[in-house]
Ligand binder design. Sequence first.
Ligand code: ADE
Length: 365
Amino acid sequence: MQDAFVKPLLEWYQTAKRDLPWRHTKDPYSIWISEIMLQQTRVEAVKGYYTRFLAALPDVRALAGCPEDVLMKLWEGLGYYSRARNLKRAAGQIIADGGHFPETREELLKLKGIGPYTAGAIAAIAFGQPTPAVDGNVLRVYARMNAMKENVLAPGVRKRAEEELGRAMQGLTASENGDFVQAMIELGAIVCVPNGEPLCGRCPAADDCEALRLGIQAELPLRKKDTKRRIEKLTVLLVRDGSRTAIRRRAEKGLLAGLFEFPNVPGYLDREAAVRYIEEQGIEVLRIREAGEAKHLFSHVEWHMSGYEIRVAPLDEGISESGQWLFVENDEIEKRFAIPSAFSTYADYLALHTAPFAQNCKGKG
Ligand code: ADE
């Protein structure tokens, strides 16, 4: 890779960069939060979460001391909740080590949830070090600039990209190091875009782009096809006594660990089986109706869900016989319990159907 693109890229970045909240700070904590949120999540979606998170937890100490449920509430809807748990654990590590935010790539890599990309981004953006940060978008830019015909997900490719970009950064000033890292990210996001034709007419690195010279920019990068997701069928049960709805906590390990959810069972149950299941919990069923279907994609699993709204006889304590289901008001769910977006179809259903069932069915025989 030629290094001639570095200066034009830095000049381009000064005028073309988007005005994003985390670009107004060099505070390592804030940069860290932004970079973790931006993994697997779109910039537009992150903006609001970032501002809210920092207002609630302005520094490492606040994060380290934040109760898990409050943390999950702040993260609710962003997905990949282990990111939030790792943030808290890493904050604990920093506090245990005396509270000083690590300043080098090597030190940052010791923190829970921080890999080479995030370590490079924080070291460059917050501390001005010449450490590249190669995520999928930067890898795409790199693959195109070098007309790379190999699978970019193959072992060693990312490391090679880091080494070459690290070399290209030699001789830059501290603030240029941070800008270079963000400029590569920005180029991948708004010019060297995935899926179809990149906007090469606007690219500051076009003169050094081997893929453009060969006319193969739209065909790159080559990636091995994603592995197929496993499909899991579920029946989601919106069990309601009066205005309250049953929720329960998920297991401490595995997918969406420790978060709250509407009770659900594997497979598609018919009405009779759903009613039987509720009765097996020691709860008397009054009425049942369908609450629609939904799909949710995780990285390795796909949930195909079918839902029922089930009206049950009021429970005295608002707790099921087994003690595992909690009957709570809708506004309480919203305020206190983090229900992952995998269930958003059913949370929306509840919001739309807050009137008692009998009223909804008036006049329908
Ligand atoms: N994606 C990952 N890091 C980013 C950043 N700092 N700005 C915009 N998008 C990003």
